[in-house]
Design a binder for this molecule. Sequence first.
Ligand code: P6P
Length: 339
Amino acid sequence: MSQQITVTEHLLLHQKQVPMATGRFTRLFNELILSAKLIHREVSKAGLVDVLGFTGDINVQGEEVKKLDEFSNRVLIHRLSRCGALCAMASEENADIIEIPDGLPTGDYFVIFDPLDGSSNIDANVSIGTIFSIYRRKSPGDSRLLASDYLQQGSEQVAAGYILYGSSTMMVFTTGDGVNGFTLDPSVGEFLLSHPNIRIPEQGNTYSVNEGYYHYWDEPTLEVLAHFKAAGMTRKKPYSLRYIGSLVSDFHRNLIYGGIFMYPADSRDPSKPSGKLRLMCEAAPMAFIVEQAGGMAIDGVNRILDIVPQHLHQRVPLFVGSKKDVEQVRAIYEKARQA
Ligand code: P6P
C-alpha cells in the first residue's frame, strides 16, 4: 500500500518544522480544506440540481454572479470567520475588507480569495477553481487594522494555493517550501498527497491566451504573440495554443506540462487598462506557486511578487509559467521600453 499522506498530516509535519508555528495556521488551513470539500460537493452535482444559472446579482467586478459563485463565497466567509486565526479577509466577490464578526476569535493572518474563478464556465461543465492567498498582518495584533496590513506585495505571502474542481478535485499549494498537490478521494473525504514537490518544466510547448483580443493589443504584445506563433519555424516543434478561459485550469495544465499563460493589458475597456486579472486574488498567488515550482511570473517587465497593491481589486497584466518562455516575453517588452 503506497504511503497515503493526508493534507492535514502534511501540514502538521510542516508545522513541526516551523518553530513559531502556533497551530493557528493549521486551523486556518483546515477551514480552507473543509470549504474545498463543501464546494466540491456542490460543483460536482451542479448539473443535477437547480444550482445553475444566475442569481441576478452583480459583483464588484461588474460580473453576473452565478449561484455557485455566491454559495462558494458564503462557505469560505462562514468557515474562515470561525478559524480563530484571521484579522480580516477579502473576496473577489466583495468590494471591501470582510471583518471578523464580534465575539469570534481573531488572529494575525489575512486571507484573500477568489471563491470560484472561471465561473462563467460552470454551465458548460468546464473545470473551475478556488484561489487563495495568505499574509500575516504587520501591525500589532491588538491594534486597529491598517491598509498596510493587507495591501502587501506578493513576496510577503505566507502561503498560496488553489483548488481545481476538474476530472478530480485537487488542492495545490505552497507555504514557501516547494509546491505539493493533493487529490480528493471522495470515498474517504480526504485530500491525499498525489503530486509531491511539483516542478514546472523550464520551457513548455503551450501558450495560453485569448487571441480574440488581438486587435486590442499594443505593438510589443503583438510581437510576443508572433514569437510563440512563429516558434515552429525555428525549433523542432511548434507551440500549441491551449486556452480554457478558466485561469486555474490553464495554469494547472502549464504547471504540470510546461507552458505560459498570458493575459496582457488590452484597450477593450478603458476602466480596465491593465487587463482583467486581479493582482491580489489571482496573479500574486499564482506567481508565488509558479516561482516555488521553478517558474516565473511578470506583468510584462516587473516581477509580480514585487508589485505593491494600491487597492484590493487592482488589476495587472499577467505572464506566468515556464521560466524560459516568460523570459522571452520580458525581453520583448524590455526592448520596446528602451526603443
Ligand atoms: P476572458 C474567469 O472569468 C477569469 O477571471 C479567469 O479564470 C480566466 O483566465 C479569464 O477570466 C478569462 O477571461 O476575457 O478570456 O474570457
